[in-house]
Design a protein around this ligand. Structure first.
Ligand SMILES: Cc1ncc(COP(=O)(O)O)c(C=O)c1O
Length: 513
């Protein structure tokens, strides 16, 4: 990437009276240097860190230009990178300690640009591996605003009206998954931490303080964030019980009931069942209503992992497929997946807000005694964090700026794209519940191992084009390629290119045999 190459370093040092040193940032497009502007010089005298007025405007404009060049080139940017780019990791500029005197902004941008070369391009439309999101630019703009204003939103009194904006988004999310008005939630750094808080709520609601005999039920299609959250909470390794799946990779609900009964007989304390509303591997939705029914009868917390699938609730097809999610005690969503936000935004919704509070509140220290009870919630009492970034804005701003329909349309388009992938010489695993398609290369007369090998080679060949990036998974004993269609930038053309590349490989294989 050569984004910063056209930004000519033009550093002018303004050594003003005293020791304060102010580096004025310049570029080709800003020949009007603010030197001599008394307001700027005066403010900079306080601290060179205090960027205001034209200095801020100039550097912000340079950064915006840098990013806008990056976005313009995106459709042509490779999704994977050649191995020789790894050499950049040892580049001197990337390894040196921070300098005593600051570098000019163009140089800093150039270093970032170079450092970004060896990377899987997760924001390109051709990125269909793992679970893409895309990195909505307007959410990044919200981050800039939130970062500059830097409000304290751990307690409602810190910035009540800004907290209210976040609260509004949280109510909207609760409604989206069909939870009642008693529900409330938190924004987290991602689904993993939201899952941690969900299990903490489940434990608080259902089992005593000595929780070591507690058991949680899920299938082997459940994301390992669940196992990790239980470990972080201090549960022993066998607390997570694996319930077998049927031929369509969904939980065998009858076997869930049997496992609960047998654990109870052995003196364990079943307290939670996890259902997938879109598994990571294949996007499969568990039978949510049937699981909810068992959870109710057995007095278990019903948790739904909708980190990948949850925002398909915006679409009619998604809502039909996820019927039963509204019965959950807790739901995890990942706006950095289905709402396309930049990484760093997960969400936990809990049916009973009081349990969320009980699980996360401890007695307040005296140094917080001055804080008034605000009309709006103290997120510090509802989540593991005290000081937190103002995450609400990165949802609120894009939702208000683009409108909900833009997100619904984008997600509907992903469902359409995933539904149209019938291809000869490629074996599809069922029809996708949501937007992840799992396919396998099936060479005529090939053994299962041959087909595994062929599927891995097929994905490696597709990825080597640099245009498309896919990942693989194992379902039962077999290897499958995954086409995960979720980024707002992934178009029909990207998907067609991926399918064509796989098709070519499969056809060559078929002709050879
Ligand atoms: C279904 C599901 N649950 C949980 C997670 C973990 O999410 P995060 O990486 O945001 O912590 C993922 C991530 O891909 C996921 O797909």
């Amino acid at each position: 990437m050569k984004a910063a190459a056209d930004i000519t370093p033009k550093v002018q040092e303004n050594r003003s009276a005293g020791s304060a040193k102010n580096i004025i940032l310049g570029s080709n497009s800003h020949d009007q240097s603010p030197i001599g502007d008394t307001k700027t010089v005066a403010s900079s005298l306080c601290s060179p860190l205090n960027l205001v007025d034209q200095e801020f405007a100039i550097s912000a404009t340079d950064v915006i230009k840098f990013l806008s060049d990056f976005l313009s080139r995106l459709p042509k940017t490779q999704i994977s990178y050649p191995a020789e780019k790894n050499g950049l990791v040892s580049d001197y500029a990337l390894r040196r300690n921070p300098p005593e005197d600051g570098l000019p902004l163009p140089e800093v941008l150039r270093i970032i640009s170079d450092a970004a070369e060896p990377r899987i391009n997760t924001v390109g439309g051709g990125f269909m591996a793992y679970v893409p999101g895309g990195g909505l630019v307007t959410a990044a703009i919200a981050d800039l605003i939130a970062g500059v204003m830097n409000p304290y939103t751990g307690v409602g009194a810190g910035a009540p009206a800004l907290v209210a904006l976040e609260v509004n988004v949280l109510h909207w999310l609760a409604k989206l998954v069909g939870l009642p008005s008693t529900a409330f939630g938190i924004l987290t750094s991602g689904a993993s931490l939201a899952t941690l808080s969900a299990f903490l709520c489940a434990r608080t609601a259902h089992i005593p303080e000595d929780f070591r005999f507690g058991t949680v039920y899920a299938t082997d299609q459940t994301h390992h964030a669940a196992a990790k959250a239980l470990r972080l909470l201090g549960f022993p390794g066998d607390a997570l019980r694996t319930i077998p799946i049927d031929g369509e990779l969904r939980m065998e609900v009858k076997l869930l009931k049997e496992a609960i009964t047998s654990d109870r007989a052995a003196g364990r304390r079943p307290f939670c069942v996890v259902a997938n509303a879109g598994s990571t591997s294949t996007g499969t939705v568990d039978p949510l209503e049937a699981i909810a029914e068992i959870a109710r009868r057995e007095n278990l917390w019903f948790h739904v992992d909708a980190a990948y699938g949850g925002f398909f609730q915006l679409t009619e097809r998604g809502r039909r497929r996820m019927t039963g999610i509204e019965q959950a005690d807790s739901v995890v969503l990942d706006p950095h997946k289905g709402l396309f936000l930049p990484y760093g935004t997960g969400c936990l919704m809990v049916r009973d807000r009081e349990i969320l509070r009980r699980a996360h509140t401890v007695d307040k220290p005296s140094f917080l005694q001055d804080l008034e009870e605000a009309q709006f919630p103290d997120f510090a009492d509802l989540s593991p964090e005290l000081t937190r970034p103002y995450r609400g804005l990165r949802l609120w701003l894009p939702l208000h700026l683009h409108g909900v329909a833009a997100f619904r349309d984008a997600l509907d388009q992903k469902l359409d794209l995933a539904g149209n992938q019938g291809t000869p010489n490629l074996e599809l695993i069922g029809s996708p519940d949501l937007s992840i398609v799992a396919v396998r290369c099936s060479a005529p007369g090939g053994s299962a191992l041959d087909n595994d090998d062929a599927t891995l080679k097929m994905v490696a060949q597709v990825n080597a084009t640099g245009r498309i990036f896919l990942s693989t998974t194992r379902i039962g004993e077999q290897v499958f390629a995954r086409i995960a269609i979720l980024s707002f930038r992934t178009s029909a053309r990207d998907v067609a290119e991926a399918v064509m590349a796989m098709q070519n490989f499969a056809n060559q294989l078929a002709e050879r045999d």
